[in-house]
Design a protein around this ligand. Structure first.
Ligand code: ZN
Length: 100
């Protein structure tokens, strides 16, 4: 049995997380600039900012809730400790991206 599908799921969750994190300022900034150019109230920028924060929270939760393919524990969370950049499972020590 290989862990390929689980790692693919983790890559997807990680990529979405980083995409949302890295596009926050450009997207909100673009909405602010467009609202000024189009003479629209800045409420649209606030809505975009809140929407991005909500999306970030959901993406962070999805990344943190990823289950280790080896032991079934939450890969990046152990008790109160969280490490979204962990290279090994915080429960069993399974290295990230290992084939089986
Ligand atoms: Zn594990």
């Amino acid at each position: 049995m290989t862990y390929e599908s689980q790692w693919a799921d983790l890559r997807k969750r990680r990529n979405i997380f980083w995409f949302i994190l890295l596009t926050y300022l450009p997207v909100v900034g673009l909405v602010v600039v467009l609202s000024r150019i189009l003479s629209i109230t800045p409420v649209s920028a606030a809505i975009a900012a809140v929407a991005w924060v909500v999306a970030y929270a959901v993406a962070a939760w999805r990344l943190a809730s990823f289950r280790c393919p080896g032991c079934g524990g939450r890969y990046h969370v152990k008790g109160w400790w969280q490490n979204p950049l962990a290279s090994r499972c915080l429960h069993c020590g399974l290295p990230k991206w290992v084939a089986e």
